[in-house]
Design a protein around this ligand. Structure first.
Ligand code: PHE
Length: 373
């Protein structure tokens, strides 16, 4: 039986010397301790625990040792690696806890903050009211028609039977679009009413025609409590065979009921418009006092100034000359038109006392009308 080879000393293998192993271990521990974040720790791990780390290389040397030396060297390297693994795991846990604590602070969401610091806003009552009027008429089979706000004088006046020198042209306080030199007029205006859309609709379509034309119009008025240079009108146009004033009145009564409630009547007062003949001013019974304030000083009505009636707008049977200008045979077709101002209607419908409230865009005015989005 041969004696153990006493002459073999495992420390001869440089990498397996106890102090070398100790140094490797300490270096690894120092590197982990110095790693300031998880990224640095990951690099330290590759350097000290990876396949090419000093301890891994030392481990590989063990295989080459004689059997009796293997156990001791194996134990030494194993213990060092165990300590390194442990130190790594401890530092990793520490750095992860630090990161989690930091993220909790940095990414904290204060759920008690108001969620709507940017208010959603409200649609303007002029828009929503215009749409309500459109709804009333589209439900009756009308089509919504629109036209340009910068309009040819021909559509705004001539086709509507305003003679060139007709005072009505001045009556409407028109904004004319200036030409480049005096006497070189453009023939273009900011439309003073939505009636030019009547003409455009008749030129675009074959009768029967039923259109409702909402839109912005312009007149040279100063902005004050009862005037604004930019306002809105809705105009109605019906062209068909055999239409009469009775159809006009029935249609408007339906609109009045839809917008102001049941049981309200309307009345016509003679008036003049170049584009309708006969023409009338249309009043509706006051929807607040229903006439009870008339001659009754005890019960005055603010809405109708105790007159019992509210003026709605102008109307009439389309003048045959307008039909001809728009290429429609007046022997076969007749039509009615009705136009009214949206601001004015909104004012008496909601007791708005100052027109300026409607154009200033202050949300404190708009908000009580609701968020109809
Ligand atoms: N366009 C007219 C105006 O603005 C109103 C109107 C429309 C009158 C339709 C009669 C028929 O004054």
């Amino acid at each position: 039986m041969s004696a153990p080879n006493k002459s073999y000393d495992p420390v001869e293998v440089e990498a397996l010397k106890p102090e070398e192993i100790e140094r490797m271990r300490n270096e690894a521990l120092a590197a982990f301790a110095a790693a300031a974040d998880l990224e640095a720790l990951r690099e330290a791990k590759a350097a000290h625990m990876g396949d090419r780390s000093p301890l891994a290389l030392a481990n590989r040397e063990i295989g080459a040792l004689p059997p009796q030396a293997k156990a001791e060297a194996g134990k030494r390297v194993g213990m060092a690696r165990g300590a390194v693994n442990k130190a790594f795991a401890a530092r990793q846990a520490e750095l992860e806890a630090e990161r989690d604590a930091r993220v909790l602070v940095e990414e904290a969401v204060d759920v008690t903050l108001p969620y709507d610091r940017v208010p959603a806003g409200a649609r303007h009552p002029l828009t929503t009211f215009c749409e309500r009027v459109e709804d009333v008429f589209t439900a009756m089979g009308y089509e919504v028609a629109e036209g340009p706000e910068v309009e040819a004088e021909w559509f705004n006046f001539d086709a509507l039977n305003f003679e060139p020198d007709h005072p009505a042209r001045a009556m409407q306080d028109t904004f004319f679009v200036a030409g480049d030199k005096p006497g070189r007029e453009t023939g273009v205006v900011l439309r003073t009413h939505t009636s030019p859309v009547q003409v455009r609709s008749m030129l675009d379509r074959e009768p029967p025609i039923y259109v409702v034309c909402p839109g912005r119009v312009y007149r040279t008025d100063e902005l004050d409590a009862t005037h604004t240079p930019v306002f809105h009108q809705v105009e109605l146009l019906a062209i068909d065979e055999g239409l009469t004033m009775a159809d006009l009145k029935g249609t408007i009564e339906h609109m009045v009921r839809s917008l102001f409630g049941e049981g309200l009547t309307t009345r016509l007062r003679p008036n003049y418009f170049p584009f309708t003949e006969p023409s009338a001013e249309l009043d509706m019974q006051c929807y607040v006092c229903r006439g009870a304030s008339v001659g009754n000083p005890e019960q005055p009505c603010r809405t109708c100034s105790s007159e019992g009636w509210i003026e709605l707008g102008g109307c009439g049977m389309v003048n045959p000359r307008v039909l001809v200008a728009a290429g429609i045979d007046p022997e076969k077709y007749s039509g009615f038109a009705f136009g009214f101002g949206i601001e004015r209607m909104l004012m008496f419908r909601h007791n708005v006392e100052d027109m300026r409230d409607m154009v200033e865009g202050d949300v404190r005015f708009t908000r009580p009308f609701g968020m109809e989005i």
